[in-house]
Design a protein around this ligand. Structure first.
Ligand code: PLP
Length: 389
């Protein structure tokens, strides 16, 4: 990475913690056994995997046997819907929010081709799921409700506890894509009664391509069929040779987070307040999406009036920020999240997402604000010149 680049795109991914890659390097070089092998090298790898599982379980306040390592949240979300497809249960109604990540929207959408009814719940103008609509749509015919913990674009936290209660009252399962909640709020799965949830290590300063699926009470309690087949690893939930080094890195990142979460949360909250005060006092007419809703403390999705986001980003080459979701970059059209919040296209197309981590500083945000303000002045001057000529 260029030394001069200021990284403000932590909802896309985070810097891998030195403690994580140091721990991983051991299992990539000398200690390379397969965690399923019965010989010494295998037993060492197996022990390392189980230690990582313990660290993640402690962070999430769950039992070790409720966690299954995989490649990340995309796989975890797909697993849930593939599991339904493979089981063909009697109930065919699935309720999701309209602002889910594509890993949920598209895998739920696929089920529509197999006779399932997919209901997408609306959100308010602040990006919070409409609970009245949820109450009307979650019926006794509902098999599964799937709602994300926090939105990757706006950072808005969803009313998961209320939704879980509604789902369970009607006999439905509840799945939560919790990838953007971990490390950005107190996510205690012992009190949040979701049936399943998924996570990615790279969002919490761990390595990419490794994650975990949480199934309450463990593999045997999952009422549907498992979608994958292979060597039986992870109690058949995720067969395939384990990514030992990645899992060790995930464990190290989880341990660090567990130790430092309260201070990281309060630090990111201060950064967010500082940034948003600066934006509102320096940029007349700017709109912070979801400002009045509960939000994770690292995300600010802001519309800068009159300057298309792609132009803004092209003029801020020293800052890693994004136009909404990284996973949608390159896609044509406005953000479906902002569309669901009834944001007009001209406001949506001028919106950029700044997502910090505990590694960012106030000085970096000050530098960002200075550059942003000078780009805005430059565009204003150009517009003035154009209107004169
Ligand atoms: N769900 C949400 C809400 C996300 O923000 C992301 C990634 O940004 C994912 C799922 C997918 O995560 P991964 O790419 O690590 O599989």
């Amino acid at each position: 990475m260029k030394d001069s680049l200021i990284y403000l795109d932590n909802n896309a991914t985070t810097a891998c913690a030195p403690e994580a890659w140091t721990a991983m390097s051991l299992y990539m070089a000398g200690t390379y056994g397969n965690a399923s092998s019965l010989h010494y090298a295998g037993r060492v790898a197996h022990k390392a995997v189980e230690e990582a599982r313990e660290k993640l379980a402690a962070l999430l306040s769950v039992q070790k046997h409720e966690l299954f390592f995989n490649s990340g949240a995309t796989e975890g979300n797909n697993w849930i819907f593939l599991s339904i497809l493979k089981s063909q249960p009697e109930k065919k109604r699935i309720v999701i929010s309209s602002i889910e990540h594509k890993a949920v929207l598209l895998s739920a959408g696929d089920l529509a081709n197999f006779g399932y009814e997919i209901v997408e719940l609306p959100v308010t103008a602040d990006g919070v799921l409409d609970l009245a609509a949820a109450a009307a749509q979650i019926t006794p015919a509902t098999l599964l409700v799937s709602v994300q913990y926090a939105n990757n674009e706006t950072g808005v936290i969803q009313p998961i506890a209320e939704l879980v209660e509604m789902a369970h009252r009607q006999g439905a399962l509840f799945h939560c894509d919790a990838v953007q909640g971990l490390g950005k709020s107190i996510l205690d799965l012992s009190s949040l009664a979701v049936d399943s949830a998924c996570f990615s290590a790279h969002k919490i300063h761990g390595p990419k391509g490794v994650g975990a699926l949480f199934l309450r009470h463990g593999a045997r309690s999952w009422p549907l069929k498992y979608p994958f087949q292979g060597g039986g690893q992870e109690h058949e939930i995720r067969p395939g040779t384990l990514n030992v080094a990645g899992i060790v890195g995930f464990g190290a990142a989880a341990e660090l987070l567990h130790k430092h979460l309260p201070e990281r949360l309060s630090y990111m909250t201060q950064l967010q307040q500082f940034l948003e005060e600066q934006l509102e006092s320096n940029i007349p007419g700017c709109i912070i999406h979801g400002k009045n809703a509960p939000r994770i403390p690292n995300t600010t999705y802001v519309s800068v009036p009159n300057i298309p986001a792609d132009m803004l980003l092209a003029n801020l080459p020293l800052f890693a920020i994004s136009e909404g979701s990284a996973c949608n970059n390159g896609a044509i059209g406005m953000s479906y999240v902002l569309k669901a919040m009834s944001v007009s296209p001209d406001i949506a197309e001028t919106s950029i997402r700044i997502s910090t981590s505990f590694l960012n500083t106030r000085a970096e945000l000050r530098g960002f604000m200075q550059s942003l303000c000078s780009v805005i002045s430059h565009f204003a001057r150009e517009e003035k010149d154009d209107s004169r000529s």
